[in-house]
Design a protein around this ligand. Structure first.
Ligand SMILES: Nc1nc2c(ncn2[C@@H]2O[C@H](COP(=O)(O)OP(=O)(O)O)[C@@H](O)[C@H]2O)c(=O)[nH]1
Ligand SMILES: [Mg+2]
Length: 239
């Protein structure tokens, strides 16, 4: 059961992994944890991965132009200390997958196709697969369409066939340097987001929402990954 194999590793996840570097889908191994980071343009996907992995190749945009048109994956291996831990549950690394945005202004980026191709090329079924959905709280980018976009993701065959119901953890990003936003607006956006998540079909999705806003702290990013995995209620046995 997922709960058991990662219990020890999951305590204080964020200082158990080294700086990340790019990895291609065929190199995914059965001892990897793979986390897809999805969401609209400007929601903070690249920012989240950049801070969590400290990988130099990840560039966040500080704007709304879709800078990621291809899938880019970053692998963080376990530190030597964590590697020596007998409780590491067979896990060797965590791979963050930066996906092209949904809801982009430009229609010539086919996010679903890019993600599908990447998944089809995965060398192995990873040990664990989950999704982080980023949402930028200062703005309200058509959250009523989240369901449609996630639906597209859920129908990607290798996702749909092997991992349903899909584990989805919502992380709200907040860039304070871009100007302040009132408490009531934050609440309103969070409530709207929660309503959308709760209306997702339960047969396909197992959603949850991260309590803290991501404001660039690696600890919060890793905590979100911990929560994603820890609160999985599915028995995925031999994944
Ligand atoms: N404070 C701060 N904010 C950032 C940084 N990088 C990105 N952001 C914020 O996050 C937003 C989204 O950036 P990005 O991660 O590229 O979006 P993506 O399209 O989802 O990958 C930007 O508009 C900024 O508000 C950063 O290094 N520092
Ligand atoms: Mg990006």
């Amino acid at each position: 059961m997922i709960h058991n194999f990662l219990t020890q590793l999951l305590a204080g996840l964020w200082n158990k992994f080294k700086q990340g570097s790019p990895v291609h889908a065929p190199s995914i191994s059965k001892n990897d944890i793979v986390i897809f980071v999805v969401g609209p343009t400007g929601s903070g996907k690249s920012w989240f991965i950049k801070e969590a992995t400290r990988a130099e190749s990840v560039k966040s945009s500080r704007g709304y132009h879709p800078s990621s048109v291809k899938v880019q994956a970053i692998r963080c291996g376990l530190t030597d200390e964590a590697k020596a831990d007998p409780q590491k549950g067979g896990v060797e690394s965590i791979v963050f997958v930066d996906t092209p945005s949904f809801l982009t202004a430009s229609d010539d980026i086919d996010a679903q196709k890019e993600i599908t191709t990447w998944i089809d090329q995965m060398g192995h079924k990873p040990r664990y697969l989950g999704i982080i959905y980023m949402h930028r709280i200062e703005t309200d980018p058509a959250i009523e369409r989240i369901g449609d976009h996630l639906q597209e993701l859920a129908t990607i065959p290798r996702f749909g066939d092997n991992y349903q119901p899909l584990r989805l953890h919502v992380v709200v990003s907040y860039d304070r340097t871009s100007g302040s936003i009132s408490y009531s607006r934050i609440k309103k956006h969070e409530d709207g987001l929660r309503t959308q998540m709760l209306s997702l079909p339960k047969s396909r999705w197992q959603p949850s929402m991260h309590q803290d806003h991501f404001q660039g702290e690696p600890e919060v990013a890793w905590k979100a990954v911990e929560e994603l995995i820890k609160s999985d209620r599915t028995e995925r046995g031999s994944l």
